[in-house]
Design a protein around this ligand. Structure first.
Ligand code: G6P
Length: 611
């Protein structure tokens, strides 16, 4: 995710202490390395290192950086590990330009190669951002000695997402910003202009805010801000500042009452970023999975649910024999089967869960190859893996996993598709159709949140005093049911059980009495007619039926007492990605109506580092 700050002050006012202060309020966006550049008397000064802001500051003393204008960055590593050279800001070869960036440059490897081969530029980091100052520099050197034009030309070559703040040594009172898909807001102070990834950074200094939109470009001076369209630099956009009426606690959560709700709302963005992960990252996974004698998927908690869902897609579309085993049972269950020809796919948002570490440590000693999917670069699980994919959810603060679950599903769906493609199991039209549908997921999730949140809130209020819930689904959505029930019990402390709906008649149905709430995950797939029978069995016992189903699915709507609505035509194998979202929101509001803090549920920890 990463946080950036840029500040222009009137001459003589030292900027570094204010940059540091603002950056500290963005540390929730990433905290593995930190850096700052200031401009003073025609030179750029930079300090950076790995570690949290306070740790690096104690060593480097950011406040000593001179000048009244500067940029700063707190990092959540994506391309290149958390090291000093990979930390931002990044400079051009001549140190004329310094850049901080939040986002992902998809074509950085191609750009880097071009800059090395055609312009003889040398790169010192593994970070995608480093291509940006180099690209700007070559444009300046090509005679276009105007920063704005050089930046614009550089942006034309970049594919991906960015929020950028750029310092140029020949522009002593100016910072340039550019935005595409990553957030960037501007704060107007007195004799001061601030810019940051999020409003809380500068909220104690000003509440007059301009929100930059995609495809915009801004030139900041201490007493004015000019905004243009990146594509059309001739027309200045006039936008009045908004007055933000937030307290500082609200501000950290982007105006939302809890991190969990903020993180639910961040899901479309987290998915888009994860969909951007380069294909080549998947290649070693595909090869090893395809060639393995036996495949084990291991994880804990919500990550295990992602693993179980992927087991369905691997079976269905990739015809990949696989064995999902919860990490804490791994050694006892399949320990004896692991050998040099085995592949273990470990899934963990934190990359630190001891049960999962223990399982892969055991498998590694037996000679198995370890593949991992985590959300945290440099984590212990990654260090133990032969190959890893880092999902792009950014830091998750709420204890109950939400956005990290969705990005795991996305990543595993991609993997299943690539495998099916490589094995020739789907024709090119089918592959194209599924890939397109995966690309549509951010918009679908956005729609669910925008259209359903109020409805779900009302339903949660209605059921908030219940003590028991049953969650039922069939096929891949028996896993959605499991994750929905887990969310509810984790944060609202309501007892919630899940079952594959067909199994209910073998025991759980004994619990059902009048008004017992039963949640059914009911997409219009091949399992629906049997699921309807299961709903009728529950109705016959006077249960309250809550359904997650498609818009216009009257067969389901007619037999529901309450319903969460999903946009239509999601391919069956991707339904958990969308159908879990209302259940996350339902759990969130259930906790809130019962008076609990959803971000910090009792007895639970975000990362469990004990066996
Ligand atoms: C803890 C958390 C869960 C999480 C599980 C696995 O129990 O409370 O939300 O799903 O750990 O964590 P991981 O980081 O390995 O995904």
């Amino acid at each position: 995710m990463c946080g950036i700050v840029a500040i222009v002050l009137k001459e003589q006012t030292p900027v570094a202490p204010i940059l540091k202060d603002c950056l500290q309020r963005l540390e929730y966006r990433g905290y593995d390395s930190v850096g700052m550049s200031t401009l003073y008397k025609g030179s750029i000064y930079t300090k950076k290192d790995k570690g949290k802001i306070a740790e690096v500051d104690a060593k480097l003393h950011f406040d000593e950086l001179p000048g009244n204008i500067g940029i700063a960055h707190t990092r959540w590593a994506t391309h290149g590990g958390a090291t000093k050279v990979n930390a931002h800001p990044h400079q051009s070869s001549s140190n004329n330009i310094s850049v901080v960036h939040n986002g992902i440059i998809e074509n950085y490897l191609d750009l880097r190669q071009e800059l090395e081969e055609e312009y003889d530029h040398t790169f010192i980091s593994e970070c995608d951002t480093e291509v940006i100052p180099h690209l700007i520099e070559i444009n300046l050197q090509n005679g276009k000695n105007q920063l704005e034009k050089a930046v614009k030309k550089a942006l034309k070559k970049i594919r991906g997402s960015y929020a950028l703040a750029i310092l140029y040594k020949n522009n002593p009172n100016q910072i340039i910003l550019a935005k595409k898909e990553s957030p960037l807001v501007i704060g107007l102070g007195t004799n001061a202009v601030y810019a940051a990834s999020d409003i809380p950074a500068f909220l104690p200094l000003t509440n007059r805010v301009i929100i930059l939109e995609d495809g915009e470009f801004a030139v900041l001076n201490y007493n004015n801000v000019k905004i243009y369209k990146t594509e059309n630099h001739d027309t200045i956009i006039s936008r009045n500042p908004q007055i933000i009426d937030w307290n500082s606690e609200m501000a950290k959560k982007g105006g939302m009452p809890h991190f969990m709700l903020k993180e639910i709302h961040e899901q479309p963005k987290a998915i888009s970023n994860t969909l951007r992960i380069n294909n080549f990252k998947y290649s070693p996974f595909i090869k090893l999975l395809n060639d393995a004698k036996n495949i084990f998927i291991t994880a804990a908690g919500t990550s295990f649910h992602a693993g179980l869902a992927s087991s369905y897609t691997f079976n269905k579309i990739s015809k990949l024999d696989n064995n999902p085993i919860i990490s804490s049972e791994f050694i006892d269950n399949v320990g004896g089967m692991i050998d040099e020809e085995s592949v273990v796919l470990a899934i963990s948002q934190s990359g630190e869960t001891m049960d999962t570490l223990n399982a892969i440590n055991y498998a590694k000693k037996k000679g198995a190859k370890i593949l991992s999917i985590t959300n945290v670069m440099g984590s212990s699980i990654i260090r133990m893996s032969d190959h890893e994919i880092i999902t792009q959810a950014g830091p998750e603060i709420g204890v109950a996993a939400t956005k990290t679950f969705l990005v795991q599903l996305i990543c595993l769906s991609q993997l299943s598709l690539y495998l099916a493609e490589m094995r020739g199991l789907l024709n090119s039209a089918e592959i194209k159709f599924l890939k397109q549908n995966l690309m549509n997921m951010p918009r679908i999730i956005e729609k669910i949140i925008a259209n359903q949140e109020d409805n779900i809130k009302n339903i949660a209020q209605h059921f908030a005093n219940k003590s028991n819930f049953l969650y039922l689904g069939r096929g891949i959505n028996s896993i959605t049911a499991a994750e929905g029930a887990l969310k509810l019990k984790e944060i609202s402390y309501i007892h919630a059980e899940s079952y594959p709906a067909g199994e209910c008649k073998h025991g759980p149905i004994a619990l059902i009495e009048k008004d017992f709430p039963v949640v059914f995950i009911a997409p219009p797939d091949d399992t629906q007619s049997l699921l309807i029978s299961n709903i009728m069995e529950m109705k016959a016992r006077n249960a309250k039926i809550i359904t997650v189903s498609e818009e216009n699915d009257n067969k389901i709507h007619r037999i529901s007492d309450a319903k969460f609505i999903i946009p239509s035509k999601i391919p069956d194998i991707f339904t958990p990605i969308a159908y879990i979202v209302p259940l996350q929101i339902f759990a969130y509001f259930s906790a809130v109506f019962r008076g609990y803090d959803p971000d910090k549920p009792r007895n639970l920890a975000k990362t469990v580092t004990v066996l």
